[in-house]
Design a protein around this ligand. Structure first.
Ligand code: ANZ
Length: 818
């Protein structure tokens, strides 16, 4: 087969699109809008991966489609450009992180342009650019002023050998990824964002957005709301101390036979007896090396140490032992629990291991249930609980909570698993946190708008300083400033995490050059929310939650008109090869540049969309890629002669040709709107087979086909359009050249999409004898003629007299014979 000259052709059209800037965003108030957004890439030095074009082609098809339908389309791209790899490179080579970053951006940009994506490059942003992070910092100042940014002692990964704080991804099994040194959980003062203040709205508003149910569920579980009570226990011999617990099961209070504090709980130091001190200290030290994830792993063996102290159960006055154990986390609830081994599996396991009392307070309907063997965690009647006895769990919860509230030793309480967002990084390559402190480290204020951006200074070393601070802390003339009274003030040296810039970038695309605010309110109102957002599900509880949080804060501040950023979200599936996820480390990666070189961008685009449903994981298959390339080559051969001239003519199209055309328009239109790209490509293949068979070269029919091909294979479509439709009458360089990419999307005639054939049953004396295919609304004569062709019908009628023929068009044919 003859392959077409995809390389020249594609570069040629890319050049024309660029020169004419035909994908520039238009804001014509008389038209509807469509905002099609990709998750912007981190510009890694490795360049584009074949996984990127999967989602990017999908949004591009949709963007091109809506543009052709006459919508104003916003289809932007930019760079999530701060991050560890560029910083690591700087530490290793001394080259400024921005140098590597901008090199990588250039490379990515070339690669994306080679794919023919219809981005409006005038909207390009990079989160590491001062004109962008100016506004990221402005949002931080806003958060600070609203009380949503604060400092707190939190546990970080501290590596004494490397003398630095490490990001979670730099810690593998409690050791530093670099150098394999032990890493400890150490409390340090960090900036935090109070995302927990938005927990309820983040949960509630999931109901109003069109997202994959699985992603909503991940967010719900991450935020996880627990309704219960806080209860105070007094500590024996310590009149002023109380232990407050959070429980979802206040109904089991009479069954609380011991208590457990998180090892980090501040009370531990106070109440531990001399006798238990060394054991407790050692246990706390071991725990400090474990992450919360390790600690809460369900099937891990329970461990713990008795503090030597006792608490008093407030409802029955019983003395209960106070233990510490790592299965109780400091960051959840109150960091302390009342343990009810009879009805909680973790407590049960713990009590069994350490010989603690198990007191059943809920009856099992099963008489043989043995509470010593396992916890009873179902509903049931309350027993051994004085005034609660006889109630069911829910009623008992209400009653005991009311009782505790009256006695002022407890109250109804809602707890979320969601934690506040640790927002500090002790790194160079991030947005400086725009805050001034005094010499004691107390915050004076956040930067005002007119003092921003607070730009990153030049440094000579990107190595961390060794005292847990960012390399910025060594740049004295950047850190120290004199205020108007001549007093020294100190700029915060922590920087923001990678997810800061990505939490609002979708707003900035709308008005990227605005130097007065994050974006003009009216423009934001026009374009927001994003109508279609495509990207990976791995961001479910990171980026996708943070972006919702910031959008709500900005909404509350009156600077953003919507409180949910992404109306519809879709996750593209992964591409695998030989059954494994493609990756550089596995050596099974495929470089899109190679594919573009060999087969062309259109082939790569159409192939990736043809592999299967967008959201499914798919296997890369070179022979199918070649097959798609052959299909596009056949299209080209069908339209153009050997010397590149149009083969289309004005010979009238048959009814059959028109029908396949209109069916194809209908199918592709509906499929694009449903993001079902593989089926629309299959339909285009059916179309090509059909017109090839009928040798239809009718220009009108085939012009429509070029249009629907255009979002998928835009370069080839543009070429065919030029040669066959425009007939080279004007040049793409001319002012008003009518690009195929901007042509009007074809409409279909519904009548022509209906199959004209109908199948009807044939009966003889009311009994079904066969089925015939006839033209829709066929006459009785036609129907009878067709029935007589049917072997079965013919055999039953043979030799008999037809007394009556009953025919209901499109329904049934009945012969009454005698
Ligand atoms: C007594 C009790 C009895 C509990 C019972 C459960 C069952 P969720 O549903 O996940 O919110 N808990 C409270 N704070 C904790 C912490 N910091 N670390 C570990 N566990 C903690 O879980 C709430 C339950 O988890 C609470 O209710 C508490 O145990 C435990 F039959 O209190 B429960």
């Amino acid at each position: 087969f003859m392959s077409y000259q995809h390389k020249e052709l594609e570069q040629n059209w890319q050049k024309h699109w660029k020169n004419k800037n035909i994908f520039k965003t238009i804001e014509d108030a008389s038209k509807p809008k469509f905002y099609a957004l990709d998750m912007f890439p981190y510009p890694s030095a490795a360049g584009l991966h074949v996984g990127h074009p999967m989602g990017y082609t999908a949004t591009d098809i949709v963007a091109r489609y809506y543009r052709m339908k006459g919508y104003n389309v916003l289809h932007p791209i930019g760079w999530d450009a701060f991050g560890l790899p560029a910083e690591q490179h700087a530490i290793d080579t001394g080259e400024h992180p921005s140098k590597l970053t901008y090199r990588s951006i250039n490379n990515f940009k070339n690669q994306l342009q080679n794919l023919g994506f219809s981005y409006d490059w005038d909207k390009e942003i990079a989160t590491c650019h001062p004109k962008y992070y100016h506004w990221t910092q402005w949002i931080f100042s806003l958060l600070y002023k609203k009380g949503l940014a604060y400092q707190a002692e939190v546990f970080v990964n501290w590596c004494p050998a490397l003398k630095t704080v490490l990001a979670n991804e730099e810690v593998v099994d409690g050791k530093s990824e670099r150098g394999n040194h032990p890493v400890y959980r150490v409390a340090m003062k960090q900036w935090m964002l109070k995302i927990t203040a938005y927990a309820e709205r983040l949960l509630e508003d999931l109901n109003k957005i069109d997202w994959p149910e699985s992603t909503k569920e991940i967010q719900r579980n991450w935020i996880k709301k627990s309704v219960g009570a806080k209860i105070k226990f007094s500590v024996k011999n310590y009149e002023t101390e109380q232990i407050e617990v959070f429980t979802t099961r206040p109904d089991t209070l009479f069954g609380a036979t011991y208590m457990v504090l998180a090892p980090e709980h501040p009370l531990v130091e106070k109440i531990t007896t001399q006798e238990q001190l060394s054991k407790v200290t050692e246990y706390r030290e071991v725990t400090s090396r474990k992450s919360d994830l390790d600690r809460t792993e369900l099937n891990k063996e329970k461990s713990g140490v008795f503090t030597g102290a006792f608490a008093i159960n407030p409802v029955n006055g019983q003395e209960v032992q106070i233990w510490i154990s790592d299965y109780v986390l400091m960051g959840y609830g109150t960091g302390a629990i009342m343990a009810v081994p009879a009805h909680d599996s973790r407590d049960h396991e713990f009590a069994k291991k350490f010989g603690l009392k198990i007191q059943q307070v809920i009856a099992s309907p099963n008489k043989d249930f043995n509470i010593e063997k396992e916890a009873y965690t179902e509903d049931g009647e309350i027993i051994n609980s004085e005034f609660l006895n006889g109630l069911l769990v829910d009623a008992a919860k209400d009653k005991i909570t009311e009782y505790l509230e009256n006695k002022k030793i407890g109250e109804k309480s809602i707890t979320y698993k969601l934690r506040d967002w640790i927002f500090s990084r002790q790194r160079y390559w991030g947005e400086p946190i725009p805050v001034l402190k005094d010499s004691k480290g107390n915050v004076i204020r956040a930067f005002e708008e007119n003092e921003l951006p607070l730009t990153l200074p030049e440094v000579s070393s990107y190595e961390p300083t060794g005292d847990g601070k960012s390399p910025l802390s060594a740049i004295t003339n950047w850190v120290q400033r004199k205020n108007k009274n001549g007093e020294l003030e100190f700029v915060e040296t922590d920087t923001m995490p990678g997810s800061a810039g990505s939490s609002w970038y979708f707003l900035r695309y709308i008005d990227p050059f605005n130097n007065k605010c994050i974006g003009d309110y009216e423009k934001l109102k026009y374009w927001m929310p994003v109508d279609l957002y495509i990207g990976g599900q791995e961001h479910a509880v990171g980026h996708l939650l943070y972006a919702r949080f910031w959008t709500k804060v900005l909404y509350d501040a009156g600077v953003c008109p919507v409180d949910e950023p992404f109306q519809k979200l879709v996750h593209q599936g992964m591409i695998c090869k030989d059954g494994a996820k493609m990756s550089k480390s596995k050596g099974n990666g495929i470089n899109p540049d190679d594919v573009i070189h060999q087969y062309g961008a259109d082939s790569l685009r159409v192939y990736e969309m043809f592999m299967g449903p967008l959201t499914q994981t798919k296997e890369w298959d070179d022979s199918n890629l070649a097959g798609v390339h052959r299909f596009l080559s056949r299209v080209e051969r069908f339209f153009l002669s050997d010397n590149g001239k149009s083969l289309l003519n004005d010979e009238p199209a048959t009814q059959q040709d028109l029908k396949i055309l209109h069916k194809t328009i209908k199918k592709v239109t509906e499929d694009i709107e449903n993001l079902s790209f593989n089926t629309s490509i299959a339909q285009m293949m059916i179309f090509l087979n059909s017109v090839a068979e009928s040798q239809c070269k009718n220009k009108e029919v085939l012009t429509q086909f070029i249009k629907i091909l255009s979002p998928f294979a835009p370069h080839l479509a543009e070429e065919l359009w030029y040669k066959c439709v425009v007939e080279e009458k004007i040049s793409p360089q001319d002012k008003n050249y009518p690009f195929a990419s901007l042509a009007e999307w074809p409409k279909y005639n519904p009548e022509l999409t209906i199959d004209n054939e109908v199948k009807i049953g044939v009966q003889v004396n009311g009994k079904h004898r066969g089925e015939i295919s006839i033209a829709m609304n066929a006459s009785q004569e036609e129907a009878v003629a067709a029935a007589m062709e049917n072997v079965n019908v013919k055999a039953t009628i043979e030799g008999k007299i037809i007394r009556k023929t009953i025919y209901v068009a499109n329904r049934i044919l009945n012969f009454v014979v005698g």
